[in-house]
Write a protein that binds this ligand. Sequence first.
Ligand code: GLN
Length: 543
Amino acid sequence: MEPKYIFVTGGVVSSLGKGIISASLACLLKARGYRVTIQKYDPYINIDPGTLNPYEHGECYVTTDGRETDLDLGHYERFTNVCTTKANNVTTGRIYQNVIDKERRGDYLGKTVQIIPHITDEIKRNIMLLGNTGDYDFIITEIGGTVGDIESLPFLEAVRQLSWEMEGNSICMHLTYVPFLHAAKELKTKPTQHSVKKLQELGIQPDILILRTEHDIPAGMRRKIAQFCNVAPNAVFQSIDLPSIYEVPVAMHAQHLDEVVLGKLGVNPEGEPHMTPWMNFLDKMHSAKQTVTIGLVGKYVELQDAYKSINEALFQAATYCDRKLDLRYIHSEKVNNANAAELLKEMDGVIVAPGFGQRGIEGKFAALKWCRENDIPTFGICLGMQCMVIEFARDVLGLTNANSTEMDPSTPNNVIDLMDEQKSISNMGGTMRLGAYECKLEPESIAGKAYGKTIVSERHRHRFEFNSDYRQRYEQAGMKCTGENPKTHLVEIVEVPSLRWFMGTQYHPEYTSTVLNPNPLFLSFMKAAIDYQAERTNQQPTN
Ligand code: GLN
């Protein structure tokens, strides 16, 4: 079958959840046996979101082939179990960079280089790349931003041209918002009509409308929207707020979104998607009664999107362990040795988050010290692992001034140090150790047992590493290196086997955790937290 293209745009407001709707549709098409991928076009000038502060754009997600990308790619992978690559996220900045590079090479043969046709052609070329591989039946392309923004105009023009060129092999799905005015007690359709008009002015007629809403939209109102927006009545769907994003595919299937999409693309919509494993996950999610309490120590706690993949990996693991997740955010800047017990005493397990720079670092040490001394299941990820190593040096090895050269370039005990390959790098963008690398595990370690194999591949995003000059001292004192890169021997995992579950990973296991394939380390950590909770509650009389 020739690849089919589904373009997804958004109107009225941002943060409508285009990523979740795209991922849900992909999930349904995949469950029907099709090969699906989702790509995101972001209209900002940064080459990629790697240099963006998490306060600006939430978490930076990393693909196996080492691209720093938008957090929506995390949703795509979690919903579809299909790996994304660098082709799945393209920004305005990258498009312009490609065009300018071509201009400097002389590729345009003396022509004036312009937004139309050169920028739009470059967008079109990129949009087609995944389809041209022959690996996919459906390519869902999400256009970031909101219709009406100046910056997304070239992308929408590219979509218009492609829709015209593809004749029947593409559709446009537009998400809008239907607000409820509390004073009038009324749902309002006018913003939707205006945003569709805006799209039509640009030459794009949406084939499908998805109405985001907090209240049920009556059939008559949906029909009115269909009529005024020139869309078939059966192609107007509502996406009502749900307790969990993982219920969205089911809610969309209940309204026949997947069938209507297939029908519009000339594909036989008969049959049902095979959703049994997904439904089993939802059943577990709905029937969980007991709670597990996990503390996440980090400096971006005001913005939960900053730790999106960790939140989702924890949620998946808790669900598979038949628990509701009670995730408590603990601001690392507020933790110290005096209050760590008070802040952490209710936790069944503690995660120390990734990050960059000095802010909040002492709080991470204080939290780790308390967790280590009180034998709390503890998981350090990337900077969290590095903090684990530093805290252990200061408190157990007696190297009181131990540090990472990231925080103190002149520390005499650089137990975490800049990687050799990083020493000559001065540019910030895209230059970290990024993407998937193999890790060889100690079979008898907690990590080895959790994965049940000795070689795993996980994704990275860092410049600093465990300084192997200290490895022997750590091992003698009880912190073992239980995972390393098989080629370079870079330390990937540390564990303290005398404690119930105390592990740090240089890599980010959260990036590979999906609904149907939860990450083994998160599962293992969650089981340890639940065991610890049981032990603790048995000890304390409940009266
Ligand atoms: N700042 C640390 C480094 O660059 C850790 C990075 C991270 O947590 N992703 O090595």
